[in-house]
Structure formats: structure tokens, C-alpha cells
Design a protein around this ligand. Structure first.
Ligand code: PMP
Length: 386
């Protein structure tokens, strides 16, 4: 019998009710399915029907690639959440923030300099920054990686592009720009700067900020992100990139994003952010309580802060756990967890140490429950239970 649904790797059978006790638990990718129940609760209001004749053209009436209505809704969301300044800023849309990350590197490194701009980030960092910069090789930029080499450099003539990720993937820290100087430019990746994951402390006001619906509404598959840009010439360069690359973002995707953002705005954001924050907070509490019983593993610490969206001091509820194996013999934490049938992402993938492994807390409730189940077993074994 073929299953009627797509089963989680730990379940099988026609209705996915058969638990495969020997399975590997997936705590790897950043698929944000924790938000799926919210959209099930809002299935009717978020549904979209598009007639065959609608939005066939390459461009909108104003000849742009961008829906003005969607742009207005994005500005509204930032205003009610208080997580970014958008007044007098330009917006560019991308196929996910992924497309915008390279558009930003391209725009910030185009300056007729004889040597390529060096692209850097603080370790541990999101591996796509390197992957993309290397893959789309160009005479204008070169991936350099570890920022610490440049931190104390007296050579201020070098053009540098710094990725600053806040909250950071993998460790949830609110990273700040490290490099200063006239030739340093910054890409602020704020994919996770939403109340689900972190206290909103102030509107972000970077020169070039990147956001995505993937981590706001959870619709990673729709591939929609946006950049908020201060400088008009940088905006022009990113907009040109989008024109040459894909002639802008799919108009169907923009329609779907608009529909979803309308639902988010219906309650002034209260419903989705309460749901998101409660879910992620419960998960973080369960995980911290489990790990607190262990001497073998530790978790990252992030101090609580006043959240201007929820009007209270609150703890962080990060998208990922950055787990450290404390024992000397556990030099490869990924392998330690793999032996316990938990698949995370090894620290070295983020240029970090092998003592660390990233566990995703964003996945479906099934995946999270199985993760906790396996971790409890591991901690009980450590404490002598068989
Ligand atoms: N930035 C960060 C820090 C991420 O973690 C991700 C997704 N995992 C992205 C950007 C890209 O997301 P998307 O292309 O889906 O917008």
C-alpha cells in the first residue's frame, strides 16, 4: 500500500501512523514548518485563487517588477513590528533572500577598483554566503571568510563587504558589524529578526537590510524576500541585477506573498507572532530543560531583553540550537548525535569547531517531538539509566 500522505522519515504506513523506532531524526534543514498549523487555522482567509488571465504581463502598470501594493504591505509590517526603518528607503524584491544576497554582494563591490572586494563574515556564519560568492565568481568580489583577519588590519584601502547576520544562523546571537572604515560595506541579513525568534529591541537601520517571508510566514517554497536600501545607487544596481537575472520576482509569488501578509496584518501581527513566539519559546524551554540535566552538552546563552513588540522583557526563542559537546573525547559532536540517531548540521559547515552541531528547532512538531525524545534518551543514558 502506498501512503496517502508524505510521511515524516520516522513514520510509515498508509496514514503515517506506524512509528519506525530505529529511524534517524531530522534536525538538519531550516524548513520553517512550525508555522504550518497557523496557516491551517487560517486556511480560508489565506487561500488564493488566480484566474488564468490575471497578471500575465512581464511588468506592472508602472513598468516595474514590483507590486506597489505588496511594497506598501511590507512597509506596514515593519512599522507594526518595529523591526526596521523603511521610511525614505528603497525596496527590491528577490526570489527568496538567497537571490538578494548575491545581488547585494554584486552591488556593493561594483566600484571600478583594480582589486576585488573581499567578502567576509564572523564565524560561525551561514554557509551560503561563501557558496554563492564562490559559485558566482566575478572580477569584482572574492570570498575571504573569517573576518578576524581584517579586524585589526591597518590596511584601510581594501574594499570589504561584511555579512552581518542578526539573529545569527547558526547560534541566534544578535551580531553587530565588526569592520569600520571608509571602504567597508555591510549586508545586514535580518532573516530571523521577527518576534517568533527574538525580542525586537529597536528598528534596524542598516544601509542594506535583507528580509524573507521564509522565516516570517514560513513560506520558504514561495521564494520571496526583500531588501531595504538607503542608497539610491545601490538600489539601482540591485534592481538592474534583478532585471538581468530573472526580470524580477514571479508575479504569482508576489500575489501569494500579498495574500499572506494581508492575513498577518489583519490582527496587527498579534496572531501570527503570538503563535510563532509561543511555539518557539515552548520548544526552547523543553530543549533547555533537557540539556540542563546533562554535563555532556551545553547550549548557547542569549540574554533576555525588552521587546518593543510584546511590551515586555522576554527571552530569545532561537530558530536553531547551537549545541556544544563538552567532553574531550566527543571531539566530533555531529557524530556523537548521529550515533544517537539525531541528524544535525556539523559545526564545520559554519566554519565553526567540530565540538559544535546545529539542531533545527523550526521544523514540524513531529520532528521536534522526536528530537526531544532522542535527546532525553541520550541524557538519561549519560546519567546511568539503561
Ligand atoms: N539568510 C539566512 C541567515 C538564512 O538562514 C536563510 C535560510 N536558511 C536565508 C538567508 C535564505 O532564505 P530564503 O532564500 O528562503 O529567503
Amino acid at each position: 500500500n502506498q501512503p496517502v500522505c508524505e510521511c515524516n522519515t520516522c513514520f510509515s504506513g498508509t496514514d503515517c501512523s506506524l512509528f519506525l523506532s530505529d529511524c534517524d531524526v531530522n534536525a538538519d534543514g531550516g524548513d520553517p514548518l512550525f508555522l504550518e498549523p497557523f496557516w491551517m487555522q487560517n486556511a480560508a482567509s489565506s487561500a488564493l485563487v488566480v484566474a488564468g488571465w490575471h497578471r500575465m504581463s512581464y511588468s506592472y502598470k508602472d513598468s516595474s517588477y514590483i507590486s506597489q501594493e505588496l511594497e506598501t504591505h511590507i512597509r506596514k509590517i515593519h512599522a507594526i513590528v518595529g523591526n526596521a526603518v523603511t521610511h525614505k528607503r528603497f525596496l527590491v524584491f528577490g526570489a527568496g533572500s538567497t537571490q538578494l544576497l548575491n545581488a547585494a554582494v554584486h552591488a556593493l563591490s561594483l566600484d571600478n577598483s583594480s582589486s576585488p572586494a573581499r567578502v567576509v563574515a564572523s564565524i560561525p556564519f551561514y554557509p551560503l554566503y561563501e557558496k554563492q560568492t564562490v559559485y558566482f565568481q566575478s572580477a569584482d568580489f572574492k570570498f575571504e571568510g573569517d573576518i578576524s583577519v581584517w579586524k585589526n588590519s591597518s590596511d584601510t584601502s581594501m574594499n570589504l563587504v561584511e555579512f552581518v547576520t542578526a539573529p545569527n544562523n547558526p547560534d541566534g546571537q544578535m551580531n553587530k558589524a565588526v569592520l569600520k572604515g571608509p571602504n567597508t560595506k555591510t549586508i545586514h541579513d535580518h532573516a530571523y529578526y521577527w518576534p517568533h525568534y527574538t525580542p525586537i529591541t529597536a528598528p534596524a537601520d542598516g544601509n542594506l537590510m535583507i528580509f524573507t517571508t521564509s522565516k516570517l510566514t514560513g513560506h520558504a517554497g514561495s521564494r520571496f524576500g526583500w531588501a531595504v536600501i538607503k542608497d539610491e545607487s545601490v538600489y539601482q544596481k540591485m534592481n538592474d541585477y534583478m532585471g538581468v537575472n530573472t526580470v524580477g520576482v514571479s508575479r504569482d509569488t508576489q500575489l501569494r506573498a500579498l495574500k499572506l501578509l494581508k492575513v498577518v496584518l489583519e490582527s496587527g501581527g498579534r496572531e501570527i507572532f503570538e503563535f510563532g513566539h509561543n511555539t518557539m519559546r515552548n520548544r526552547w524551554e523543553k530543549l533547555s530543560n533537557t540539556i540542563s540535566l546533562s554535563n555532556r552538552f551545553t547550549l548557547q546563552q542569549i540574554p533576555p531583553q525588552y521587546c518593543t513588540f510584546f511590551h515586555k522583557v522576554r527571552a530569545s526563542s532561537p530558530a536553531f540550537a547551537w549545541v556544544k559537546c563538552e567532553r574531550e573525547e566527543d571531539i566530533n559532536c555531529y557524530e556523537v548525535l548521529k550515533a544517537a540517531k539525531i541528524i544535525g548540521r556539523a559545526g564545520r559547515i559554519f566554519q565553526g569547531l567540530d565540538q559544535y552541531v546545529r539542531l533545527s528547532l523550526l521544523r514540524s512538531q513531529d520532528d521536534f517531538d522526536l528530537l526531544i525524545h532522542r535527546l532525553i534518551k541520550l541524557v538519561l543514558e549519560e546519567n546511568g539509566a539503561k
